[in-house]
Design a protein around this ligand. Structure first.
Ligand code: 3HC
Ligand code: NAI
Length: 693
């Protein structure tokens, strides 16, 4: 074994050279790795006794892509392009041996090998689109030459990680070798290639699949049309599509030049910068200053969920999906049956859409057990309460749990607003109590706010963070305050939205501005979707608010066919003249003269008070860092990831601008706009939220 450099080794197994990379955590193509590859291939090619070369990686994965943390800095080390040329032009066969994930630049390197083998659990993908980029090392030109244009379009615009079996079927992988025997399997495969004198396959020369799509622009038009909603606002999907078009319409080298040019454009644009920020922000959330990575955790083998309503069912699905059995406890039999049948329907719908088989549905349902008896939770390692949002009920449930749950079990509440410490005070073990705030629909939304109580132990926090990852959520640790991070900031936007429609803007004006900003929908469309009657009580309603009047008229949102908007049978919304009249009557009664509210004002009044609240949250230590707040908003509230989250957005437009505007609105409309002390301080010090570390 010869060390090429600190991250690459070259060895020989008989007549097969083996170049091994070992650059934790994910063998990303840093300068060191590129140098190791360049020198390693040079030496392996020069080695007269080597008849073929296997490229393999140590650790958890094959090369997971370019080193994203190097982007934007000065280029050092060997060029990836030269490495790829050396591989492709090697006079002896090169075999890439894949485990874990071959992603982005990693797959692009593998595509320059003459052959690829993988273990069954391996996955391949070009996920650059998820960080606002496109594959910039030939991926858009080589992939369609193997996978065909339609599949390539799908892969580069979704970034999906394709399982080995599917890769084999499309020719991206030549052979699957047994799990755990990658090195031996790859060497044996290389020997076979040599013995059979198989050709040195260069993907770049396979033109049949791209030629088949030439002269058929409708392939691209149709693809754009079918995905218009999904791609709305994003720059990278369109750029990826153009590269595949180039693969079809241009010779290989010209296509590469087009790819390089378009890569440069997305790379230097604001969207990719924001999306790369969001990638690292999400991973940063796992780093909790006083809860080190080695903190012991509690094994969670069995989960209890209390309440089978909107949230309880979805929460349970997360655990069943991860293979963890769940007991769901309800007070009423019919509520339990209803809850379980909703879960079943959700699973069946997923099966119908081809996400998994009916057998999987039964397997998951088999992990869910319904009960009307709280005592059935005695052996659970984690119990999540999702009953009505009332402190007295929650305290009653926790006092009972305290008597039932085994020692050391984690007792969690899914409350949206209530004080976790007060809930914990109903037990004699507040150190075991934590908030696990899922978002609706709980089986879909990625965000999990993990609410740290005053006495919650580090072990409980570390377990919750680990569990979040296990069930596919992004866990963000937050502190106790009304609404925690997400809903506390949302309340600012909701207040201003309500105010603006009583000053002259219509609900659809506010919604349009926020939709155009990149949110999936505005606050009024959102209200109609959720139901305007959440928390509304008919008997107490006196027509005092707009919502009261709408609900009294049975305009309770989409479910009643009308809310702020009118809905047709396909749930398509149109601005409602009835709502408009109600609003105008309200204003007349209050003696308000409607004024024109500009789109700029709508946006600023929706977003600046949220940023300001985010500053207060940081001031009070309710979030660890500004990027945690951004992760909350991207994953729980549809903040467009290409704008990086509210705090990042504020840093980009300038905190001085936010402060000046807040002061101007404060002068005009009062202390709802009073700037946070932290905002004032950062502006005075010419700093950004990102500087707070
Ligand atoms: N560059 C730099 N660091 C990376 C990285 C990359 N491409 N991929 C992962 N990391 C880091 C993470 O920041 C994290 O660091 P930390 O431990 O300090 O927080 C660590 O590696 C582990 O990452 P995860 O927590 O995400 O580990 P998982 O095991 O859950 O997931 C993964 C592994 C699937 C590889 C996931 O990290 C991932 O999706 N990575 C990004 C892959 C990607 O986007 N590749 C394309 C890059 S762009 C490119 O290749 C351009 C080319 O076309 C020219
Ligand atoms: P829901 O009204 O749909 O369901 C609550 C269920 O709890 C009902 O089925 C009820 O029968 C059951 N229940 C009440 N008391 C019980 C008890 N003592 N023991 C067992 N079951 C009991 O309510 P939803 O929307 O699921 O909310 C539950 C909790 O989740 C609330 O704290 C809410 O604030 C929170 N939450 C709700 C979100 C949403 O969008 N609906 C989002 C995030 C959190």
């Amino acid at each position: 074994m010869t060390a090429i450099n600190p991250v690459a080794d070259l060895s020989r197994d008989g007549d097969i050279a083996v170049l091994t990379l070992n650059s934790p955590p994910v063998n990303a193509l840093s300068a060191n790795v590129r140098d190791g590859l360049a020198e390693g291939f040079k030496q392996a090619i020069a080695d007269k006794d080597a008849k073929a070369i296997v490229l393999i990686c140590e650790g958890r994965t094959f090369i997971a892509g370019a080193d994203i943390s190097e982007f934007g800095g000065a280029m050092k080390g060997a060029s990836l392009h030269d490495v790829q040329a050396a591989m492709e032009n090697s006079p002896k066969p090169v075999v890439a041996a894949i485990h874990g994930t071959a992603l982005g630049g990693g797959l692009e390197v593998a595509l320059c090998a003459h052959y690829r083998v993988a273990v069954p659990s391996a996955k391949c993908g070009l996920p650059e689109v998820n960080i606002g980029l496109l594959p910039g090392a030939g991926g858009t030109q080589r992939l369609p030459r193997i996978a065909g244009v339609e599949k390539a379009l799908e892969m580069v615009t979704s970034g999906q990680h394709v399982p080995a079996k599917e890769c084999l079927a499309m020719g991206l992988i030549d052979e699957i070798v047994p799990e755990g025997s990658l090195r031996d399997g790859a060497i044996a495969f290389a020997r076979k290639i040599v013995a059979e004198k198989r050709p040195l396959v260069k993907v770049r020369e396979n033109n049949a699949k791209v030629e088949a799509a030439r002269g058929k622009p409708e392939i691209f038009q149709n693809f754009r049309k079918a995905n218009a909603r999904k791609f709305r606002g994003f720059m990278a999907p369109e750029y990826n599509i153009r590269c595949i078009e180039a693969a079809v319409n241009q010779p290989f080298e010209e296509g590469l030049a087009t790819e390089r040019k378009l890569f440069g454009e997305v790379m230097t644009g604001p969207q990719s910068a924001a999306q790369r920020y969001a990638f690292f922000a999400e991973r940063q959330c796992n780093k909790i200053p006083d809860v080190p990575a080695e903190t012991p955790t509690i094994p969670v083998k069995k989960v209890g969920v209390i309440g089978a309503g909107t949230m309880g069912g979805g929460i349970s699905m997360n655990f069943a999906n991860a293979g963890i059995p769940v007991t769901i406890v309800e007070v009423k039999k019919d509520a339990l049956e209803r809850g379980l049948s909703v879960v079943r329907k959700n699973y069946e719908n997923s099966a119908k859409r081809g996400r998994f088989t009916m057998e999987d549905v039964e397997k998951r349902m088999g992990l869910l057990k319904g009960s009307l008896n709280l005592e059935d939770l005695a052996d659970c390692d984690l119990i999540i309460e999702a009953v009505f949002e009332r402190m007295d009920i929650k305290k009653d449930v926790f006092a009972k749990l305290d008597k039932i749950a085994k020692q050391g079990a984690i007792l969690a509440s899914n409350t949206s607003y209530l004080n976790i410490d007060e809930i914990a005070s109903a037990t004699k073990r507040p150190e075991s109590v934590i908030g696990l705030h899922f978002f609706s629909p709980a089986n879909v939304m990625r965000l999990l706010e993990i609410v740290r109580g005053e006495k919650t132990t580090k072990t409980v926090i570390a377990t919750a963070m680990q569990l979040a990852k296990k069930i596919g959520k992004v866990g963000v640790l937050v502190g106790v305050c009304p609404g925690f991070v997400g809903n506390r900031m949302l309340a600012q936007r909701s207040r201003e939205a309500q105010k603006m429609i009583l000053e002259g803007a219509m609900p659809w004006d506010v919604d349009r501005v926020l939709y155009d900003f990149g949110f999936p929908m505005g606050p009024f469309a959102m209200g109609d979707l959720a139901g305007l009657d959440i928390g509304w009580v008919k008997e107490n309603s006196r027509g005092e608010t707009l919502r009261d009047v709408l609900c009294e008229m049975d305009r309770r949102g989409q479910k009643t066919g009308a809310g702020y908007y009118d809905y047709d049978e396909n749930r398509k919304a149109t601005p409602s003249p009835i709502t408009e009249k109600i609003i105008k009557d309200f204003m007349a009664k209050a003696g308000t003269n409607p004024r024109t509210i500009s789109d700029e004002e709508i946006l600023e009044r929706s977003i600046f008070p949220m940023i300001n609240e985010g500053a207060k949250i940081l001031e009070e230590g309710k979030a660890i860092r500004a990027s945690d707040i951004d992760t909350v908003w991207i994953n729980g509230y549809g903040w467009p990831v290409y704008r990086g989250g509210p705090m990042y957005y504020a840093d980009q437009i300038g905190l001085d601008k936010v402060l000046t505007k807040m002061k101007a609105y404060q002068a005009q409309m009062g202390d709802a706009f009073k700037p946070a002390a932290l905002l004032e301080k950062l502006v005075a010090e010419k700093k950004k939220f990102a500087d707070l570390r």
